[in-house]
Write a protein that binds this ligand. Sequence first.
Ligand SMILES: [Ca+2]
Length: 204
Amino acid sequence: MRAWGLSVVLLMVVLAVAEGRILFQDDFEGETIGAEPSKWMVVDDPPGDPPGEIAEDPEDSRNKVLLASLRGDRNGRVYVVGEADWADLVVQFDWYLAVEGVQHGTVFRYQDRNNHYLIDRRSPAAGDAMDFWRRQNGGWTNVGRAPMTVPPQVWYTTMLILRGDTFIAKMKERDDPTSFKELDPILEAQDGAFASGVLWHLRR
Ligand SMILES: [Ca+2]
C-alpha cells in the first residue's frame, strides 16, 4: 500500500441543470493503475510537476480511483473536464481523505490559475469548514463558509448545484441512503464574477 497522504475522487457525474442530461461521467474503472486519467485534460503543466494517477481505492482494492497530482494544489498540474461554456451544472462526486490535515477542493468555472471559483474542505488547522471562494486576478475572496468536521478514512459524496450566480453544496456519507433531494444544503453562496468554465479537482 502506498502512502495515502491525500484525498481521492472515486466517481464524478456532471449534469446540465436545464436538461438533466449527463455531460460527463467517470468512475476510472477503464483506466490503468499508475496512468493518468484518460478522460481528463491537462490545462496547466508546470515543469517537473509529478502527474496524477489512477490508484486503488484505499478501502477496496478492486475499485479504481483518481489520485490527484502530488502537487495537486494550485501550484501543481491541473486536470480538468468540461468545456469553456459549462455554466449551470449539477456535479456529484465521491471523495475521501486518507489522513487528517489534508484538504480537498473542487474548482469550477475555471478560467485560469488566477480566475475561478473553489469550494474546498479546510482541515481543522485551517478552520474545519467548507468554503466557497472566488479567485479573481490572483486574489481570494471568501463568498461562503460553513463549519464542517470531516473525519478521515470515510467516503463522502458531495453535490454541487451551480445555477447562474447561485451555488449550493450538499454533502453526506457515501453510504448514507438518504437522497440528496431530502438533504438541506450545508452551504450556499452567490457570486456573479464568472459565468462559465471547466471543472477541476484538487487536493493538498
Ligand atoms: Ca472507481
